[in-house]
Ligand binder design. Structure first.
Ligand SMILES: [Zn+2]
Length: 191
């Protein structure tokens, strides 16, 4: 059990997980492990500990501070081609309607086929875009030139790197101060 000044039941002490190149394994969702998994990985010698919480855990033989930032010892290469999923389409488009440019919470976002399915459009990276409800309704089954609605960016398959970069702009709900050095290079230098 964790022990220390402020441990409360239910507190999770997540560890930020970095790849062997010291960049987060993923930005969005941010790669974090529960403390139990982080501690186990330390004992299996699969990760290096870069930063720790004040809080310690005891086992009968060992006392250790909970890791707050860990780095994998073996590099995991990013998938070269990102999966074509609803979430990744939103992420590619930075959660913004590609017609009016408004950012909205995910539940209010929809998908639009630039060339409607009824007109032969396919469900692919280069024909599906993020749209808000009103724009989607307005566009309906029309071709872009019929309603003068053109996507702000020509849709295409993003690289994994592009998706990761987009993910960086969405700060996670939980952010321990020891994580900042590994997440926000530019903002840290400016503040
Ligand atoms: Zn819109």
């Amino acid at each position: 059990m964790p022990d220390g000044g402020h441990f409360q039941l239910g507190q999770s002490f997540p560890a930020l997980v970095l790849n062997a190149d010291f960049r987060p394994l993923s930005y969005f969702p941010l790669s974090v492990w529960a403390w139990q998994d982080a501690v186990k990985a330390v004992f299996l010698d699969r990760v290096s500990v870069l930063s720790e919480y004040e809080t310690v855990v005891h086992s009968p033989r060992v006392t250790m501070r909970l890791p707050s930032v860990i780095a994998l010892k073996d590099y995991i290469p990013a998938a070269r081609r990102p999966a074509f999923t609803r979430f990744n389409v939103f992420l590619r488009d930075s959660f913004e309607c590609q017609y009016c440019g408004q950012g909205r919470p995910t539940p209010e976002l929809t998908f639009d086929h630039v060339i409607p399915r009824s007109r032969g459009g396919r469900t692919t990276w280069d024909n599906v875009i993020t749209a808000c409800g009103p724009c989607n309704l307005r566009k309906g089954n029309k071709l872009p030139r019929e309603c003068r609605m053109f996507p702000r960016q020509v849709p295409r398959q993003p690289t994994s790197w592009e998706l990761q970069e987009n993910g960086r702009s969405f700060p996670p709900n939980y952010l321990h101060e020891s994580w900042r050095d590994y997440l926000y290079w530019d903002s840290e230098l400016e503040s």
